[in-house]
Design a protein around this ligand. Structure first.
Ligand code: IFG
Length: 544
């Protein structure tokens, strides 16, 4: 069932003939506008027929009202105006200008809003239904007015607005106009607060610029969490000043024996800040106590036998474990979590906990029961792969579920104890799963995941015995055993990430594969204009 799509009744000669709200509102707005600015909106050039539509937005909004026959024309004279006195609203305005200037060639000055003219971003007057993360967008011939209660909301509204301009607006080079936005209104807010993408930078290392590129791509679909898998058997990717060899030695290779690499703390701060400028919070993961060969290889003293194993460039899992019985292990973890917490504005640290096959069950519990309090000691909350529930991490913790069935009694028990859950079912949300038997990249241990598999499930009802209220949201992990560059990331992440993004944002009532596939098809030209090397799944009616 498509989103609550309401079209204003066909236009009639007299304003009174149109649906009372929209008609009167826009007539009044126009009148107010002329009075306030003396600018006769008829000066606005008659807008050409818009190329984009309010019916193509991904993720699907809560409520869309179209006003056929009306449109806003972006011109060289258009200004972007933002909430006076709000630096963060101004930053969203500058971000929007940065998106539109290259392709339109327009100056698009950003200045405080004195009247809702041009493109206006306001933090006042939004319908309360938008809540803390939503927005309200109103497009008339006179103005595009985006209202929200937070800069997060404005940023999300900008992602919708950019989809209402022609796809060529996404081009990095000057394109011919016209640049029209279809008239209408959107009222929107997210279903879940956690809408995540995970990037594994441990199996293969990705540069700061490659990660920034991914951040820009996921921000376009209202993803608001970037989980960085920073350490594993094959690589340690973050400088820890108290244990320098972790990055220098542990970060010196990767799957296949390449040069690997790591982020200095300065570079990592830059990544976190860049993500924050796209209203994305970074959730850093140091996987413990398994998946630790890179750390064990960096410091002999971390090993039970005092011997450092060689660096590992294969793709096996489950063979490594910190030495649970040694005190130095907890000094090490404490130091790492302390430095990571200092680099993390977000409230969560991810401590992994998956596939600890080389750690006995009692040792695993001993380890987790000593490490979980360290996360709290450094002012953060713990999140981990769902295996860590064995240690009953408590109400503030978040379990990331990566199973392949909704029957997971340990998750229901944890939810009953107040633990909340991020859903990453591997046979739905793992972007490193092959699309089908012909996909060269990726793995297939959880089965093939085509676009429809990634879309056709309901996070609110997925886990048996777990109410929607215990679900924080969804996250799409991209493991990189087989991926080495941005093109390969994009082939696996797009378009399936858009499916997971919609599951995280849109109301369950809008869930409809046929409708989504049609809307996804309209995203194709936009992704192409941005140079995203997406997989043209045969399940989607792509346009030329
Ligand atoms: N499982 C491992 C990952 C990665 C993945 C590849 C989790 C939580 C298989 N653990 O997923 O390290 O190897 O699909």
């Amino acid at each position: 069932m498509p989103s609550q799509l309401r079209s204003a009744p066909p236009r009639s000669s007299s304003p009174a003939g149109r649906s009372r709200g929209a008609g009167v509102r826009s007539a009044l707005a126009a009148a107010v506008l002329v009075a306030a600015t003396g600018v006769v909106t008829s000066a606005t050039p008659a807008a050409a027929t818009p190329e984009s539509s309010l019916q193509q937005i991904v993720p699907a909004p809560v409520e869309v009202t179209t006003r056929p026959g009306t449109a806003f024309a972006l011109t060289a004279a258009t200004e972007i105006r933002t909430q006076p006195g709000s630096a963060e609203a101004r930053r969203v305005g500058e971000y929007l200008a940065g998106l539109l200037r290259p392709s339109t060639g327009y100056r698009l000055p950003v200045q405080p809003a004195r009247s809702p003219r041009g493109i206006t971003l306001l933090l006042t007057g939004a319908d309360p239904r938008v809540g803390e993360q939503g927005y309200q967008l109103d497009v008339t011939p006179a103005a595009v007015v985006l209202r929200a209660r937070t800069a997060d909301g404005l940023f999300s509204g900008v992602q919708t607005l950019r989809q209402l301009l022609p796809a060529k607006v996404e081009s990095p080079t000057r394109q011919r106009g016209p640049w029209t936005v279809p008239g209408g209104s959107v009222l929107d807010h997210p279903r879940f607060g956690h809408r995540g993408a995970m990037l594994d930078v441990a199996r293969h290392f990705f540069s700061v610029d490659e990660v920034k590129r991914y951040v820009d791509q996921i921000a376009a679909y209202k993803i608001n969490r970037l989980h960085l898998h920073l350490a594993d058997d094959q690589g340690w990717r973050i400088e820890i000043k108290s244990w320098p060899n972790l990055a220098v030695h542990g970060g010196s290779t990767e799957v296949g024996g390449g040069p690997g690499g790591y982020y200095t703390q300065e570079q990592y701060r830059e990544l976190v800040a860049y993500a924050a400028s796209r209203h994305i919070t970074v959730v850093p993961e140091i996987d413990l106590p398994g998946h630790t060969n890179a750390a064990l290889s960096s410091y002999p003293e971390l090993n039970c036998d005092g011997v450092a194993p060689p660096l590992y460039t294969g793709t096996e899992v489950g063979f490594s474990s910190l030495c649970i019985g040694k005190e130095i292990t907890y000094t090490f973890v404490d130091d790492v979590l302390r430095e990571l917490a200092a680099l993390t504005p977000g409230e969560y640290l991810h401590i992994g906990g998956d596939e600890a096959h080389a750690t006995t069950e009692p040792d695993y519990l001993t380890f987790m029961n000593r490490v979980l309090p360290l996360v709290a000691k450094h002012g953060k909350k713990a999140t981990g792969w769902h295996e860590f529930l064995k240690a009953e991490p408590g109400a503030g913790a978040v379990a990331q579920y990566w199973g392949t069935t909704g029957a997971a009694p340990e998750l229901a028990a944890a939810a009953a104890r107040g633990t909340t859950i991020v859903l990453s079912p591997a046979n739905r949300a793992y972007l490193d799963m092959k699309y089908d038997e012909n996909t060269e990249l990726g793995l297939s241990w959880a089965g093939y995941v085509e676009v429809r598999d990634a879309y056709d499930w309901n996070p609110g009802a997925y886990l048996e015995g777990v109410p929607e209220s215990a679900i924080r949201g969804v996250e799409a992990p991209l493991w990189t055993e087989t991926l080495t560059n941005s093109d390969e990331i994009e082939q696996m992440a797009f378009p399936r990430l858009l499916a997971v993004a919609e599951l995280g944002w849109s109301p369950a009532s809008t869930h409809d594969w046929t409708g989504f596939a049609t809307r996804l098809a309209a995203q194709g030209p936009r992704l192409a204009a941005r140079g995203v090397d997406y997989y043209a799944s045969p399940q989607v009616p792509w346009r030329n």
